[in-house]
Design a binder for this molecule. Sequence first.
Ligand code: OGA
Ligand code: MN
Length: 291
Amino acid sequence: MVEPLHDRFGATISGIDLRTVTEGHLYPEIRAAFEEHSLLLFRDQQLDNASHTHLASLFGPLENREQIAGNDEPFSVSTVSNVTDDGSLLTTDALTLIDLTANMLWHTDSTFLPVPALVNLLAAAVVPSSGGQTEFCTTRAAFGDLAPGRQAEVRRLFAVHQLTHSREQIDSRLTELDYVSRWPDRAWRTVWRNPTNGREAIYIASHAYTIEGMDRAAGEQFVGELLEHCTQPAYRYSHEWTVGDVIIWDERAVLHRGRPWPYDEPRTLNSICCSVTELDGLASVRPPTGP
Ligand code: OGA
Ligand code: MN
């Protein structure tokens, strides 16, 4: 059963055990709902790492976060978590916890990479007693509500993204970390047209710091105005996590951010992102000169 989650986007899908999904069984319906609703919530799931990875692999090439960070490691499911490998909690002065708080700026994932993310499949493993929500905004509805002249303007512009930009808003020490500073500028069109249904969405992130062809200050202001427009309460869904929840969202049409929680409590979300492919409209967001 598919029920609306928010009046502008999103759907709750019930009656499916995500462990049973294969390319031929249920994936076509899930993929169609993903293209249509931009965000899908499944409750009471029991994904282990293997079934989570299998489900994600149906959407596209898996992002290897360790390799992205510069470590030559095989793929593993990554966690958004304040729990360390030895089970202790990160303290609030730990740079890794400070880095986690950069997730609390509105963003879409991996816009600083040579190929950005299509989707994130986030599964709640441990949730705190309060806080720690993840919030999502529909940039498709936000685009649709712009005046036609503004739509035409946004359609032809390219934002310049760099990971250091989002990190320096949090703590300048983060920009010195190799896995942050290793990525050069990437430019992406500020509108992403979904090739399966033609629906357009604003494509922007906290990693974007200017607009190609504008001076830095004007570009930064333009990016700020777009983010502000997209993240108005009317476009926003705030998810209060329960263990077993899985949210799958379209990075091309949704902005997201995490919210703080009491850091003396553990919170662990398991996350897998897949990269976009040409079938998802990649060529249409590349600048003519190439990033
Ligand atoms: C992510 C993310 C925010 C959160 O998984 O990409 O930004 O709620 N998560 O922790
Ligand atoms: Mn994210």
